[in-house]
Design a protein around this ligand. Structure first.
Ligand code: BGP
Length: 485
């Protein structure tokens, strides 16, 4: 029931979102295996872009494993949540979090992805984290796979390119559903499932130089993830009554650069190519427009008998997404490119961009929420949104991050408008409530947190936590259920 005066529903889930590989550290502790994210951490700066398109070759994996790269590039260690989770959760509780999004690192539970038995130490760690959250009445929201495909599955099967990985994933999912059935109600299968098209290794542990046809492999791997996601949804509903499964998309609401019908049609196509992922998850079938795309790109999906039925029967309960920017597309090759923006496009003259070139668009969030709700008529959950920025620590230790407050305030105001428009929005977890390692840069200096972590790009620092101005601001937002922005 919406409170008409304040906008947000009474039980709205306010909180923050993280990923194991960017937060926990302890990348090889207590039996954990290596994952795709652990490899990505070694990619040197010169080979990175702000748009998340990071490629890993077989040769690079060999170099990393042989130690050649370890010596030259500091490894991504997270911010030691593994040992400091009690202190961090106490700070989340102080802000009034209702929900905390984290991922279970698959390689902590099944170090090679297909081990005979799960790793008890890994299972125990998440038991402790969930217990600590419940101590403060914070609901965990768990992502099963946030770029953490066990490296063993890459070596054995080339990751999600192989259908074999579906069974490995469902076994992992069933293990954690049974173990945490009394502790976790909200789940997500794959973080930003569309990452597979930008970076198949990050999205699915797929090494592209091992395959002949890149596009064919990408869409086949995605098919395997869709089937795995539907099977996990089925298992979840059987094992934990009343639980909720969500899909998760890096949503790129796209605009046409002009009203030239060629731009408008290209824009329609861009939006369809982004929404196909949620179409499969939420409607339970491939949208018709993909048939033409597959045919024109010589992609022949291999489906097994029963796949279509599985997709149809086990759709998600809610639709979740990250929202950082919008995309503007032009059919003409002229025009200034939007440097750094995910999925490219041209520069939108009406928008400012972050220091990394991501085009900031609060009003676009309202547009996007309306688009998504019209299309799926399912509850929506914003599970990532935020501003990556350089923070300055003053002599007295304070951090005045008014730019971050402005960014979040404007986005939350648009969420309120969307709720007023009739959209069923169930929660908001801003990205990186505590500073963590950036996905695109593998550095610390691109910060998102309300909580500052004393750690620099070279891995030096005390790891001490301190509160930024935004900490106090977000606490007020939650306490007033979004009335005080
Ligand atoms: C999303 C990822 C996150 C996160 C975020 C911010 O795409 O799901 O893992 O990192 O982007 O990106 P970055 O860290 O590159 O600024």
């Amino acid at each position: 029931m919406t409170d008409a005066k304040r906008g947000f529903p009474e039980n709205f889930l306010w909180g923050g979102a993280t990923a194991a590989n960017q937060l926990e550290g302890a990348f090889d502790a207590d039996g954990k295996g290596l994952s795709s994210a652990d490899m990505v951490a070694y990619v040197p700066k010169a080979e990175r872009s702000n748009d998340h398109a990071i490629e890993i070759t077989s040769g690079r994996i060999e170099q990393i494993l042989s130690g050649e790269f370890k010596a030259r590039f500091p490894k991504r260690e997270g911010v030691d949540f593994y040992h400091r989770y009690k202190e961090d959760i106490a700070l989340f509780a102080e802000m009034g979090f209702k929900v905390f999004r984290l991922s279970i690192n698959w390689a902590r539970i099944f170090p090679n992805g297909d081990d005979a038995e799960p790793n008890e130490a890994g299972l125990k760690f998440y038991d402790n984290v969930f217990d600590e959250l419940h101590k403060y009445g914070i609901e965990p929201l768990v992502t099963l796979a946030h770029y953490e495909t066990p490296l063993g599955l890459t070596q054995k099967y080339n990751g999600w390119a192989s259908r074999e990985v579906i069974a490995c994933f469902t076994r992992y999912a069933e293990t954690v559903f049974r173990r945490y059935q009394d502790k976790v109600k909200y789940w997500i299968t794959f973080n930003e499932i569309n990452m597979m098209t930008l970076s198949p290794f990050t999205g699915g542990g797929v090494v592209i130089d091992r395959v002949e046809n890149k596009l064919q492999t990408i869409y086949q791997a995605l098919h395997h993830q869709f089937v795995a996601s539907a099977l996990a949804t089925k298992l979840l509903h059987e094992i934990i009554p009343g639980s909720q499964m969500g899909c998760m998309l890096a949503r790129m609401e796209s605009y046409a650069n002009t009203c030239n019908p060629e731009d408008v049609r290209l824009n329609q196509h861009e939006n369809q190519m982004n929404l196909y992922f949620t179409d499969v998850h939420a409607r339970g079938e491939y949208p018709k427009y993909m048939d033409r795309y597959f045919a024109e790109n010589n992609i022949v999906l291999h489906k097994e008998t029963g796949d279509d039925e599985i997709l149809k029967l086990h759709t998600v309960d809610y639709v979740a997404f990250s929202y950082y920017m919008t995309l503007t597309v032009s059919a003409s090759p002229e025009g200034e490119r939007a440097q750094g923006n995910l999925f490219g496009g041209v520069k939108n003259p009406y928008l400012k961009a972050s220091e990394w070139g991501w085009q900031i668009d609060p009003a676009g969030l309202r547009i996007m929420l309306n688009t998504m709700y019209d299309r799926y008529q399912k509850p929506l959950f914003i599970v990532e949104n935020g501003l990556g920025a350089y923070d300055k620590v003053e002599a007295d230790g304070s951090i005045h991050d008014s730019y971050r407050i402005d960014y979040l305030r404007q986005h939350i105001a648009q969420m309120k408008e969307a709720i007023h428009d009739g959209v069923e929005l169930i929660g908001y977890t801003s990205w990186g409530p505590i500073d963590l390692v950036s996905m695109s840069t593998s550095e610390m200096s691109k910060r998102y947190g309300f909580i500052y972590v004393d750690l620099d790009d070279d891995g030096n620092g005390t790891l001490n936590r301190s509160k930024k101005d935004s900490f106090h601001w977000y606490k007020k937002v939650i306490a007033s259920n979004g009335a005080e922005l």
